[in-house]
Write a protein that binds this ligand. Structure first.
Ligand code: AVI
Length: 319
């Protein structure tokens, strides 16, 4: 199945539903990835900074939780991007003579090229084996003597609803062997104003990120969305601990697609649901570990308890 068919099918279904919805997985075309890099640099988008600080400041402790018995490690980062945050972790592992190979996986060749240059510049002696692939479909071949440490950072798990998150965790578990580790970066529940601010910046970068999805549909599916006729709306609900993002139609309008040979009606004020960003508590992290078939080893958080690095172990299969 080609990407175009997949996107086409998804859009046909998503825009025909009573509550229009598209998956945030489609945000990341080249332009979307570039805008996301700008989001990560925003002062309001604390997630990246806090996670980076945790990886830097707690790397030694983290290495102890991950690798108490000094096994050689394979760090398999799922959706590594340009590897900026992981470089710090790798530097510490390298400085402490941890025998480790860094295996970043990403679907963006551009991001992996940046990552390789970064490591070549700052950590040329690190064993680096990038893989241009979707971690849903592929996995690196690992020697049985090495412990696999799968890493899913950036609170990426939060973009799935609970069913989707558990399904992803189970798929990762199926790739791991007994005593292998999963390291997760997860954004925590906190003052709702802080969370709300991270998804609704005054500079409008997050709005641009959200609207870029329509630009992508115009380009790839021959659609005619008027980007000025839609606006970004993001709302954090403390009851559910989730940010939900939408695009709101500012007018009654009809949007068509030459590829789909279809028209879609939008009422004034109608919403198109584009993303969920789940925030976690100690209890919800523990619950996910259980449902995903993992055993919690440790959860490290920063002083303000804004963000967590969870270290989980893959236990033996039950008889
Ligand atoms: C990639 N993902 C975890 C980000 C998030 O926080 O949900 C994407 C994002 N959406 C808006 N701002 C950032």
């Amino acid at each position: 199945m080609t990407d175009e068919q997949t996107l086409a099918e998804h859009v046909l279904q998503g825009l025909s539903a009573p509550q229009k919805a598209l998956s945030s997985a489609w945000f990341y075309d080249d332009e979307g990835s570039r805008i996301f890099q700008r989001i990560m640099a925003l002062p309001q988008y604390y997630l990246t900074r806090v996670e980076h600080d945790l990886l830097r400041e707690r790397a030694v402790e983290l290495a102890r939780w991950i690798d108490a018995d000094d096994h050689p490690l394979d760090l398999i980062e799922l959706g590594s991007g340009d590897g900026e945050k992981t470089l710090t972790l790798c530097q510490t592992f390298h400085d402490h003579d941890v025998d480790c190979i860094y295996r970043p996986m990403d679907v963006s060749a551009h991001a992996l090229a940046e990552l390789s240059q970064r490591f070549e510049r700052h950590l040329p002696r690190m064993a680096l084996e990038p893989m241009l692939a979707d971690y849903f479909e592929h996995w690196p071949a690992i020697s049985p003597q090495r412990r696999q440490v799968a890493m899913l950072l950036g609170s990426n798990l939060g973009n799935f609803d609970e069913g989707g998150a558990v399904a992803l965790l189970q798929r990762i578990r199926a790739r791991l062997r007994e005593d292998d580790v999963l390291l997760l970066g997860l954004d925590l529940v906190k003052d709702p104003h802080i969370i709300q601010g991270a998804y609704d910046d005054a500079q409008g970068v997050t709005a641009e990120f959200n609207l870029n999805l329509l630009r992508r549909l115009n380009r790839e599916l021959g659609m005619n969305f008027d980007l000025n006729a839609f606006s970004h709306f993001a709302s954090y609900c403390p009851l559910q601990g989730v940010v939900r993002s939408f695009l709101v139609s500012g007018a009654e309008q009809v949007v068509s697609s030459t590829v789909l040979d279809r028209e879609f009606n939008f009422a004034v004020g109608e919403t198109l649901y584009t993303e969920q960003s789940q925030k976690y508590t100690a209890q919800s992290i523990e619950r996910l570990a259980r449902l995903g078939g993992f055993q919690e080893i440790q959860v490290l958080t920063d002083k303000r308890h804004w963000y967590a690095l969870a270290v989980w172990r893959r236990p033996a299969d039950a008889d």
